[in-house]
Write a protein that binds this ligand. Structure first.
Ligand SMILES: Nc1ncnc2c1ncn2[C@@H]1O[C@H](COP(=O)(O)OP(=O)(O)OP(=O)(O)O)[C@@H](O)[C@H]1O
Ligand SMILES: [Mg+2]
Length: 220
């Protein structure tokens, strides 16, 4: 489902943000991406979600050769992929409902379908009562849940989530993990970057660990 072969990424200067990254994730797997700050986790996710291109190497997701996508093909590809950004990227001047509805509006779904689907998804995340609120008037944890709702609303075949529990207390973090597991159980491949050693120890998922842009180990 996701295959990275000989991925290198260099920004400016001689150091590699990613160096010879190779791994494969099967359809329906749940995998943690771990490693210290600056290791290259967000950079790696950008390669998979087509927000940036590798300097060299191949990224295959399903039938897509991601690094070869033309600019005009990228919006179509992104409709198949769910992304929870580390900094949420919620639209300030739109309500929670409107933020979450966006992928469905872009896809051209009917108003009735959108209404039901968005409210069901907000309910799944426990924030349906805030649907008319604007992002700056809700807590960090609630914003995080809106970002997850928006990432899963269009039933993507892969979900990549960059520190989706970063701002949550342990109880909420576990609730989010259970939601991500539920999404995975429905057939979505889930790839989660996290620093949270409690979650890593508790949930015993396969782990890909990177340090300074290189894979340190994969487990099991
Ligand atoms: N747009 C950019 N331009 C230049 N360097 C960058 C850019 N984005 C990331 N880097 C560098 O690439 C390296 C990896 O950064 P990245 O954001 O992928 O780390 P990370 O593992 O996600 O860290 P964190 O846990 O803090 O989110 C860092 O050294 C960072 O400074
Ligand atoms: Mg990051």
């Amino acid at each position: 489902m996701i295959k990275l072969s000989h991925i290198y990424k260099t920004y400016h200067g001689p150091t590699h943000a990613l160096r010879n990254i190779n791994f494969e994730i099967e359809k329906g797997e749940f995998v943690f991406l771990t490693g210290p700050s600056g290791a290259g986790k967000t950079t790696l996710f950008k390669m998979i979600s087509a927000y940036d291109k590798p300097t060299s190497g191949k990224v295959t997701v399903g039938d897509f050769s991601v690094e070869q996508l033309r600019l005009s093909e990228i919006p179509f590809y992104r409709r198949k992929v769910g992304v929870v950004f580390q900094d949420f990227k919620l639209l300030k001047n739109k309500t929670l409902f409107e933020n979450v509805a966006l992928p469905l509006i872009i896809r051209g779904d009917t108003t009735d379908f959108i209404k039901t689907k968005v409210m069901d998804t907000l309910e799944l995340l426990g924030i349906q009562h805030k649907h008319n609120q604007y992002p700056e008037f809700i807590s960090g944890g609630e914003q995080q849940r809106v970002a997850i709702a928006r990432a899963i609303i269009h039933q993507p075949f892969i979900l990549i989530a960059d520190e989706p529990t970063g701002n949550l207390d342990p109880t909420l973090a576990q609730e989010i993990m259970q939601i991500l597991e539920q999404i995975c159980a429905q057939g979505t491949t889930v790839f989660v970057a996290t620093h949270d050693t409690f979650l890593i120890d508790k949930y015993k998922k396969r782990r890909i660990e990177i340090h300074k842009g290189e894979i340190l180990e994969t487990s099991p």
